[in-house]
Design a protein around this ligand. Structure first.
Ligand SMILES: [Zn+2]
Length: 517
């Protein structure tokens, strides 16, 4: 059996919060009710995971401090979510693939057979993201979340309405208060779409608040059912102002990207980005490895008709950088000028870069169709390389802070190795290897006799511009076999690289939070 203490030891404990004094009074007054709403939601998520878990979770949380409580606090149950959800405590039941969203004994093939036999309307209800599947008189039956979980949702809505009325008197919180009212109503009615649309449109708010059923990762049986999650953030308005400068300078930034072979850029340009500090989270968002950024909603109608928001969680990113990225850079490079400011700009410009450069080929084909499974590694490498190129070529202009080349390169290496530790097989791993090997071959990085990397930042600007050109050329014109050959050419893993990654084993993998709120 795995050792829970050993698993926890790979995560650095960090305290998360933000300065609340600078919030407008209405927002401050709403905080206790928003936190209470998230606590109700957290219980609801535990109930979604397993029928027997709420009692077990409450027992552990009320018990003595120690490994078991820490483990439950982080993984929300007795299962190791990093390793196929295996139970790590004696006597713990295995985690059900379908969680408590389907009958306990329902197999994936039985579900499929039932779906095939169902009427179109029944099938739609059974496949809905927001229904629980139950068996009644031998037949599968869909129960909407807002019916199944009515009691919790009504309690939650009371807190949201109390938060809305606490915020409503403050002109700085008018939009927030209206959104909270709408969210309360839609959680109880089960019609989430209008509140999601209002959330996307909500700008210039001192707090960001996300709550509802969103992602379907919990459903290991069919990947259909959404899990509840919630997050409360303080908005970083200074970063928001910098971002507006980036948006205003977008035409200049776009011109820094090659558009070879008559390829065309995306029309919409940039989805709105907000920078926030996490104050509290609940449900799936509080389980295991924390997201440092997300974009929501997933509803295709809202995305198509209203849009979506990209949210960058600054304090989570900073904690990850300090506890993992920075020590990784020191270990890999022997010395390092990596800084969080440069790393943050890099991550932000990575998101911006996804919207720049080729989006369609000269004949109108979209890139993911043209490149198949090689699109993601090439596009991720392009976003990273575009970010480096923008920092180097446009630093000090168009809202992009100016950094020294060594600071940029070392911060980039910190992120690259942090990411490569998670594995080199997936699309992101392939993207990382393309970049790493490119800079190695262009002399920007080199191995010394001790197995450390030497960085040579003077060659970085030319090498990054060259790689960006190469990646845009692949996107604009490569056939699938050519794209495959390109990825294969660059994705080799040398023994030096393997050894360097192995040496990082004593550095935490990630963080686990304690909230100040
Ligand atoms: Zn990306």
């Amino acid at each position: 059996m795995q050792d829970p203490a050993e698993i926890l030891s790979r995560f650095a404990l960090v305290e998360l919060g933000a300065d609340l004094e600078s919030l407008p009074p209405g927002a401050r007054a709403a905080l206790p009710q928003l936190k209470a709403a998230l606590d109700v939601l957290h219980g609801l998520y535990i109930r979604q995971l397993d029928e027997a878990l709420p009692a077990d979770y409450a027992r552990v949380m009320a018990g003595p401090a120690g490994t078991e409580r820490d483990f439950y606090e982080f993984f929300l149950g007795p299962w190791n979510g990093l390793d196929g959800d295996v139970p790590v405590f004696a006597g713990a039941r295995p985690r059900r693939p379908g969680a408590a969203l389907y009958p306990a004994d329902l197999s994936a093939s039985a579900l499929e057979a039932a779906l095939a036999a169902a009427s179109p309307a029944e099938r739609e209800a059974l496949e809905d993201h927001y229904t629980v599947v139950e068996r009644r008189e031998g037949k599968l039956h869909a129960v909407p979340y807002h019916v199944k979980y009515r009691e919790e949702l009504e309690a939650l809505a009371l807190h949201l309405r109390a938060a809305a009325s606490a915020a409503a008197g403050d002109p700085a919180c008018a939009g927030l208060a209206a959104y909270l009212e709408e969210r309360a109503a839609t959680l109880v009615s089960g019609d989430y779409r209008s509140a999601d649309a209002t959330w996307v449109r909500l700008r210039d708010t001192p707090l960001e608040f996300v709550i509802g059923p969103y992602e379907v990762y919990m459903d290991g049986l069919a990947g259909l059912k959404a899990a509840y999650e919630g997050m409360l953030f303080k908005v970083d308005s200074k970063a928001g102002a910098d971002l507006r400068a980036v948006e205003e300078g977008l035409v200049e930034l776009a011109a820094a990207f090659p558009l070879p072979l008559g390829s065309k850029p995306a029309l919409g340009g940039l989805a709105p980005i907000v920078v926030v500090d996490l104050l509290y989270s609940a449900g799936e968002a509080r389980q295991g490895v924390m997201a440092a950024a997300f974009n929501l909603p997933n509803d295709p109608w809202v995305r198509g008709n209203v849009g979506w928001k990209q949210v960058m969680i600054r304090n989570v990113m900073e904690a990850k950088f300090n506890m993992v990225g920075k020590p990784v850079a020191w270990e890999v490079l022997g010395k390092s000028q990596a800084s969080f400011r440069a790393f943050f700009s890099f991550v932000l410009l990575h998101e911006v870069s996804h919207g720049l450069g080729p989006a369609f080929r000269a004949d109108g084909t979209d890139l993911s169709r043209a490149l198949g499974s090689f699109y993601t590694p090439v596009e991720e490498a392009k976003a990273d390389t575009g970010a480096l190129h923008l920092m180097l070529a446009k630093g000090g202009r168009a809202g992009i802070p100016a950094f020294g080349e060594a600071e940029i390169l070392d911060s980039f290496v910190a992120g690259l190795f942090r990411s490569m530790r998670f594995g080199l097989g997936e699309a992101h791993g392939a993207a990382n290897l393309i970049e790493f090997n490119w800079y190695l071959e262009h002399g920007v990085l080199s191995w010394d006799k001790s197995g450390h990397l030497r960085s040579n930042p003077t060659g970085l600007a030319a090498a990054a511009a060259g790689l960006l050109e190469e990646l845009c050329r692949v996107e604009a014109g490569a056939t699938t076999p050519e794209a495959e050959a390109f990825v294969r050419r660059w994705k080799n893993v040398s023994p030096e690289l393997e050894a360097a990654i192995d040496r990082l084993s004593s550095i935490p993998t990630d963080i686990r939070p304690r909230f100040r709120l």
